[in-house]
Design a protein around this ligand. Structure first.
Ligand code: PLP
Length: 405
């Protein structure tokens, strides 16, 4: 079969594939524990569900402007003022079908073939593939000090005449690391100085722990004009547990938003009106579900960390936010793909291999499920990996026998 050159370079989303695998195993009745997931299990805010139900009842489901309905754009403007202290106009805002689409469209608006986009590693699985979809070159930068906190000098060294943009995701998927205020200030000013676009992927910015406050990149932007190359991306998926609604957005200068809207208008004509209404209701509604989710995640993080710390051979960095922990399992197997495969086959625990995020030897463990899943999942993993564990393990009435070393 003949397919395009670009299509040949694109791999399947590792995390979405994992969701499929979990669904298939569960449908067969297998007692799978999914520690690979990327979505909260709580319900979306009631206001969002009611708004969607009302619109559905009215039957008035039509095309919308490609950059979003005015009600959603107004809600995004209000959100930007509340969390970033910045008053933007509707022309600075484009709603999209998820933060994913907002980033993809921004990259399509920015990148020419062969140009480069820099992002710190470990990175969200979609960044390299999105850059490749533009025919451009992804440039992941692993901090040389072995930490999960990027340093400006590491990034600076990778800038070439082809570099057009930088993507920063903090708190970070997969590490849970929230970058320091100094780093955010430095990268904003560095990109301004070098005339690079900077995409701030803030999708987890409210899901942070230990009394941290969201960091506002605009505080460090000197260029407040319409030539500013700062693009802020966010969405309702994670903070409101609305992953299936597929609503995200970008805030940027007017010209760029106009170009991005033109691109999006030919791709999807804009997001579904149904979920735009729901997202507007979530953004304008009572916000207690976000805090409830944040508190649950912080508790889950503590449970996971305590369990991992009692797991000889595993080194776990304490996540500052998100619902992921990126733990070093290289003591057991240097190949994270082989290790994740073993855990899935032998004890039905799904994890995401670190190699998918640009760092082998690690596994990404999600703690957005239940405490029961976290504790039982880690117990099963321990049993599978510790050569001194008993020979048998019961999962419900199913007996597992350890026949590997
Ligand atoms: C870092 C990061 N950015 C963006 C997204 C996309 O979110 P959305 O559901 O809004 O497309 C995700 C989802 O996993 C993510 O982890």
């Amino acid at each position: 079969m003949s397919i395009s050159q670009i299509a040949r370079t694109i791999s399947q989303s590792a995390t979405l594939k994992l969701n499929e695998t979990a669904a298939i195993l569960r449908a067969k009745g297998d007692p799978v524990i999914h520690l690979g997931g990327g979505e909260p299990k709580s319900k979306p805010p009631m206001e969002a569900l009611v708004a969607a139900a009302n619109l559905l009842n009215s039957g008035e489901l039509r095309y919308t402007p490609p950059d979003g309905i005015p009600a959603l754009k107004q809600a995004i403007i209000r959100y930007t003022e509340e969390f970033y202290g910045r008053r933007v106009a509707p022309e600075h805002v484009m709603a999209a079908s998820g933060a994913k689409q907002a980033i993809m469209v921004a990259l399509q608006a920015i990148l020419n073939p062969q140009e480069e986009c820099i992002f710190p590693a470990p990175y969200w699985v979609s960044y390299p593939e999105m850059v490749k979809l533009c025919g451009a070159v992804p440039v992941p930068v692993l901090p040389e000090d072995g930490s999960f906190y990027p340093r400006l000098r590491d990034i600076e060294q990778r800038v070439t005449p082809y570099t057009r943009c930088v993507i920063i995701n903090s708190p970070n998927n997969p590490t849970g690391a929230m970058y320091s205020e100094e780093f955010i200030a430095d990268i904003v000013q560095f990109c301004e100085k070098r005339d690079l676009y900077l995409i701030m992927d803030d999708i987890y910015h409210r899901l942070i722990f230990d009394g941290r406050r969201p960091i506002n990149c605009y505080n460090y932007a000197r260029d407040r004009s319409e030539t500013s190359k700062l693009i802020v991306v966010n969405g309702v998926s994670k903070q409101y547990a609305m992953t299936g609604f597929r609503i995200g957005w970008a805030v940027a200068n007017k010209k760029l938003i106009e170009v991005m809207t033109n691109i999006q208008s030919h791709q999807t004509s804009g997001p579904s009106v149904l979920t735009q209404q729901a997202a507007a209701a979530a953004l304008n509604g009572v916000q207690h579900s976000v805090e409830a989710l944040r508190v649950t995640l912080e508790n889950n993080r503590n449970v996971l960390l305590a369990r991992l710390n009692s797991f000889a051979g595993v080194k776990a960095h304490k996540p500052d936010g998100t619902f992921y922990c990126f733990a070093d399992f290289s003591y057991y197997n240097k190949s994270s793909a082989k290790l994740a495969q073993l855990l899935m086959e032998k004890v039905l625990v799904l994890t995401v291999p670190g190699v998918e995020f640009g760092l082998d030897g690690y596994l990404r463990l999600s703690y957005c499920g239940t405490v029961k899943d976290i504790t039982e999942g880690i117990e099963r993993m321990k049993w599978a990996l510790d050569p001194n564990s008993p020979n048998e393990l019961y999962i419900g009435n199913r007996k597992l026998v350890r026949d590997w070393t």
